[in-house]
Design a protein around this ligand. Sequence first.
Ligand code: MN
Length: 759
Amino acid sequence: MNKKQEHLEQTMETIHQKDNTPQIIIDEEAEKKEILSRYRKLLKSIKRKITPQERQNIRKAFDLAVKAHANVRRKSGEPYIYHPIAVAQICAEEMGLGDTSIICALLHDTVEDTDITLQDIEKLFGKKIASIINGLTKISTVLDKNQSIQAENFRKVLLTMAEDIRVILIKIADRLHNMRTLEHMSREQQIKIASETLFLYAPLAHRLGLNSIKTELEDLGLKYTNPEAYHEIAEKLKETEEERKKYIQKFIQPVKKALEEKKFKFKIFGRPKSIYSIYNKMIKKHVSFEEIYDLFAIRIVIDSEPDNEKSDCWEVYSIVTDIYHPFPDRLRDWISTPKSNGYESLHTTVMGPEGKWVEVQIRTTRMDELAEKGYAAHWKYKEASHERENKLEEWLKKVREALENPDPDALEFIDDFKLNLFSDEIYVFTPKGDMKTLPVNATALDFAFEVHTKVGEHAIGAKVNQKLVPLSHVLQSGDQVEILTSAKQKPNEDWLKFVVTARAKSKIKTALKEQRKKVAEEGKEILKKKLQKVDLPYESEIINEMVSFFKLPNVMELYYRVAVENIDLPDLKSFKKYKESKRKKTNIQENEKIETLVTRTRGKGDLLVIGDKMEHLDYKLSPCCNPIPGDDVFGFITTEEGIKIHRVNCPNAIHLLSHYAYRVVKAKWINEHLISFLAGIKVKGIDKLGLVNELTKVISNEHQVNMRSIRFDTEDGLFEGDITVYVHDTKHLNRLIKNLKKVEGVTSVYRMDGTENNQ
Ligand code: MN
């Protein structure tokens, strides 16, 4: 808490009345002072030179925002205006943006939440600012007000972003401030907003090169989606801090001395890895905190003239590797070839003191600033960042292109697109030597579509470094690729199995849909004739019934299946039978609405209470994460199986919460000790005589847990075991895991997500 906030706290007094509802007495004068002081702090944080005219405009925007949001408070009880000021401050200080963005940030919630109209803004501040505010308002109505990011909305967001990059930068600043103040929201809101942040905003920040903001968004996202894991890692980082600092000093000392001798101006320091990245590593590699060796990286930032940047960085590399031996395959040169988000740096991993591998990052002050603050910091280094800007432009162009192809399977589009936002890159070359950037695992076919849609559609094979390869061939950085085409070639379904770029996927799907449409046209005529044979009329009502009878997504699919004889006369006959039998029965409503589904399934459910009213409803425990009492859980309404219960940290949760938030219901455990639940545990360690015996002893004797199954594999002296046990709740399970870890020879024990597929 800073001094000013403290002061504010003191001026706000909380009195508990008889009915225990807290009431806040507000000192308006103190608040006014506080607002002004925050505004002054904002002005000071502006890094560019601004003219008196620009300063006047910022003041005008501030006054307007203060007036518009007067008497409105945030959930925390603070005046609303603190929020737009904070967002503007993030834009100025952490992104290095200028007056236009600051004005827009100050006004970003006015059109949506107050009486001020877009016309007012245009009259006062001109067309440009009005159009950015318009973009921000549009995003916020599609994203924030709707219950989830639906595909079509996502497309709109990206389209707006592609129009003016400042829209998305301000939106990210807005989200960052909301995440920083998320503690005041309800648990449901926290989970929803945090999931969306991890799903969309953090990858966007990454793509725009806003490294520190991305890291903060991810850490905060984890804090609210998986508080337990977050606090555990934070705690352990703190515990090990002293030790780490000592080690870093030991590592740095000789390097520092050598750099000083060579008269470098530099900073050298250890940077801890983010909690989120440590968490990810633990999950992905199934290792414990203690087993992660790269909890930090050493960063060397040097002052360098624009012309000497590259050679200076390599000289530093040479100095470092004279002292510590480098790991041969771990050199990454993003100075010669920057990443497409503009990242430039030299990374290597060296053998440090005490036999520990340490990552070293070497870069110049300019590169460091760009890496932390991203695109927006480029104004300071206009010329040198020329290439960087081009890269971003290229990426935005790709976004626009991907959006031009409206895709009915837009949800898939989101996932493809997101994949591309996140993935690392490779650099490959055309026969003429032009460089193309592709995501890791891109194939020759992805490359073909990158060159041109027509090249992709007619591709039959490729030559990589002069050698003939199939289209599914995975490319490596540095490959030179030539695509072979044939006029007769057409895209086929199989292609979708190996392409990875959003562009290739969407182009192939469009082409396939065209082909399907043609076949479907024929199917329509065939269906007419076949219906005659079974004595049913060809009319839209019948057709629609058939679509739902055969569980198809749409009419076109029906026609298509008829054309390829996947649906034939016998099927039509059974449809007719079903129709006749249905007429006799009393109507059972199909396509029940969620509400009716919930009421209908109301019943036993004695372990969980569900929904806003915390009722007893019927539910199923989802096998993908296998929740047990004590887990933080939510209910997800499915159309076929009623309510399914997932863990909040289920691998699928972020996807479900961000795509289908409207189908999520609250759920809470009760009666925790009545029934046992099945949970899977994985144990790894060094094999020795009697170990299995000891493990089973811990399980059955010490805890009186029932074991359902146990399976051990040993290889080269290492063992791996899968144990499934019945436990009452998470406390019970964690106690068991803790005790298993104590067994000599055991190196790691962790809970598996599902009991169905243990791999
Ligand atoms: Mn806002």
